[in-house]
Design a binder for this molecule. Structure first.
Ligand code: C2E
Ligand code: SIN
Ligand code: SIN
Ligand code: FE
Ligand code: FE
Length: 388
């Protein structure tokens, strides 16, 4: 490699590290990391294992030849696979030694090697692994975060010195980013758990449904607008969390109002409306994308398209897209479910209401999209039934 090439590689690595610090959602991050490592080494497939409870847990897979493996719910197919951190497997070996392990032919590993290739994946998927490179992901203070395993370098080549040099730098950047994303995720998960402790009857299933409806509506919107695939995936990861948090401000509302099994008085409703501003206050001092998105959703999910909503009476496009989507998902779910203060509406009544509110409460374009994915919406409702 000459100096010019070296500088170009270094630059692309720097650009990459700037780009990935912006990804806060763990799944979106793993997706991007794997894609970049595969692109650089020209690898057909790869997976990421994360260290959890002293073991390697299978976290993410991509396979160019079997795209179904890395998409939709199939990417969680191997979610329960764990590998011990010892020398008996390829990734376990790399993890326990904190060393890269490159193998040119996994079906011809010398007998004296301590590790064996686990043929189970190939058997289950019909895919044929040839060569592989297992890269430990260790942070700058030496902690092992996981293993990146690249599979089948293209054009019958094997993983070389130069790949390893690049991946040494890459591993440092990746492990730092994964560490951060895991911390972010646990902070947000705990916020949701706190809200659920406060209001266990309504929060859990409602929050899951609103999060899932929201990203499906977003995806249909994004496809219609031709939003780039990578951007869409990264956006969805953060958006699900933000949508789930929409009512986090209700933790500040007294039980007397929050759980009143009847219609609220005007004064009580005024207090209730503050759940938007109280909640948004949790994200005031911060500036990450996920924080900003959460703040938008929490603050504006009760704004209406025609400007008659609260807290600020924003109108039309002034309301962030995320909040416009969550608003529709939230009302849909509130109407179709029973609440302490109301019984469930029929599906027909709910559909009529949403249609009727197009252009008044809701963004007309989103209403149209909502009805175009009715089967998905119904499937989500069934999947996240109220735990009764
Ligand atoms: P929620 O129960 O999840 O309702 C979310 C939104 O769905 C409501 O926002 C409203 O836009 C819509 N929605 C819910 N039920 C009905 C209904 O029966 N008819 C119509 N037309 N729309 C409905 P909104 O009104 O800003 O209320 C925010 C939150 O305030 C509600 O969340 C709920 O927690 C509370 N709330 C509102 N009204 C009452 C009430 O009469 N009694 C009690 N206990 N809580 C209420
Ligand atoms: C291992 O690293 O041995 C498990 C995964 C694989 O066999 O490809
Ligand atoms: C809920 O009851 O959790 C949703 C209502 C709201 O958006 O305020
Ligand atoms: Fe709300
Ligand atoms: Fe809600």
């Amino acid at each position: 490699m000459n100096e010019k090439e070296y500088n170009e590689r270094l630059n692309s690595l720097l650009r990459f590290s700037e780009q990935i610090v912006k990804i806060e959602d763990l799944d979106a991050l793993l997706d991007q990391l794997l894609l970049e490592a595969r692109r650089y080494t020209n690898s057909e497939a790869g997976s990421i294992y994360l260290v959890e409870h002293g073991k390697l847990r299978f976290a993410y897979v991509q396979n160019e030849k079997q795209t179904h493996l890395g998409s939709g719910k199939n990417r969680f197919l191997y979610n329960d696979i764990t590998i011990p951190i010892d020398e008996s497997s390829i990734s376990g070996y790399a993890a326990s030694r904190h060393e890269m392990l490159s193998i040119d032919d996994v079906y011809n590993i010398p007998d004296e090697a301590p590790y064996k290739f686990n043929t189970k994946f190939d058997e289950q998927t019909g895919y044929r692994t040839r060569n592989t490179l297992a890269v430990p992901l260790t942070t700058s203070n030496g902690a092992l975060v996981g293993i990146l395993q690249l599979i089948n370098k293209g054009k019958d080549k094997n993983y070389c010195e130069e790949d390893q040099l690049y991946l040494r730098h890459f591993g440092l950047i990746a492990s730092g980013a994964i560490d951060r994303a895991r911390i972010t995720r646990s902070v947000f998960t705990r916020m949701l758990q706190m809200a659920e402790l406060r209001d266990p009857k309504e929060t859990g299933a409602h929050v899951n449904r609103v999060g899932t409806y929201s990203i499906e509506i977003y995806q249909a919107w994004a496809e219609k607008r031709g939003v780039d695939e990578d951007e869409m995936r990264a956006f969805k990861g953060s958006f699900r969390i933000a949508a789930m948090l929409h009512d986090v401000g209700k933790v500040a509302i007294s039980d007397k109002i929050l759980k009143k099994p009847a219609k609220l008085t005007d004064d009580e409703f005024k207090v209730m409306q503050h759940h938007t501003t109280y909640g948004a206050g949790l994200f005031d001092q911060t500036s990450s994308l996920l924080d900003e998105m959460s703040r938008d959703v929490v603050l504006y999910h009760h704004e209406k398209w025609n400007g008659t909503g609260y807290p600020n009476g924003l109108k039309g496009d002034e309301i962030p897209l995320t909040a416009r989507i969550v608003s529709m998902a939230d009302v849909y779910d509130a109407l179709i479910s029973s609440r302490v203060y109301k019984s469930a509406w029929s599906e027909e009544d709910v559909d009529n209401f949403i249609r009727e509110q197009s252009g008044t409460h809701f963004d007309p374009e989103l209403v149209e999209i909502f009805f175009s994915i009715q089967d998905v919406i119904r499937a989500i409702r069934v999947k996240y039934q109220e735990a009764s």
